[in-house]
Design a protein around this ligand. Sequence first.
Ligand code: AMP
Ligand code: MG
Length: 324
Amino acid sequence: MTVTVTLPADDPAALDEAARLLARGGLAAVPTETVYGLAADAAQGEAVARLYEAKGRPRFNPLIAHVDSLEMAERLVDLGGTGHALAHAFWPGPLTLVAPMRAGAGVASLVTAGLDTLAVRWPASPALTGLIARLGRPLAAPSANRSGAVSPTTAAHVRDGLDGRIDVILDGGPCRIGVESTIIRVVTAGRPLLLRPGGTPRADIEAVCGPLSAARPDSDRPDAPGQLASHYAPESPVRLNATQPRQGESYLAFGPRPEIVGCDVFNLSDRSDLAEAAANLFAGLRLLDKPGRVIAVAPIPEAGLGEAINDRLRRAAADRPIAS
Ligand code: AMP
Ligand code: MG
């Protein structure tokens, strides 16, 4: 058991301390604009192994390497023309690019789970880029939760799942966007591939690089491992497209609606704002997650960030693996 300390994410001395821990192979939870990430030095295989261990994450599910500049990204991968255009348009921000890894990238093989491609992102997070700058190397950082569970959007969510398993939590308050990054695989010939919808809406991306191809349908043999069917799951079962809660259900609502009595209700956005709904999604799922309850979820439009919200909700509702 490790003692997990919490420090303010906007304090330079706290970042110095967290960077020292990371350099020694430690694990730090860090706020980003998407969700809280759990960072480890991507160059240290042992640190990355500890990270998988702390999350209980299957080792075939590769990690995103976070950078603090386009130059650092280019030392790691060959972005190609499309990758460059996307990086220029959306970095720093909630877009991850998967591209062929360069020889000598200096990233532990556990980060890519042995693939010859690497996922790279430059986050809009002063705390995370501050740590990368202090270390001078990329940080591998999946979401800071136990594998398969609902992602954390506050420091308290991180502590709920990982207290005693990691070294430090940097508390930067609630995350602005609230869903993970959009992941795109850039390919030399053909259309870029949408591996995971996320915080950068598809339409914005297609405005830069033209139409995207869809990833293969969900499977349990992931070549895009974030596509595991059950993920982002609360303990409670989830029922989708529910216009009304039934007896014994809690209700995750969306849009203006008359008072519902006799059941727990959390409204993702009473003004039907999808950005607000994305920011509230994981906190709402956690709040309604109670033993013996089913979480009924209102229909959410598929437009804009709705694609990412519905992706997470479908996985939250999917059949769970028997053992975890
Ligand atoms: P998380 O860090 O939990 O948001 O998950 C990161 C996701 O990035 C993984 O689940 C994968 O789907 C995806 N990913 C990371 N590296 C690769 C890669 N080399 N090829 C395809 N997908 C990747
Ligand atoms: Mg995750």
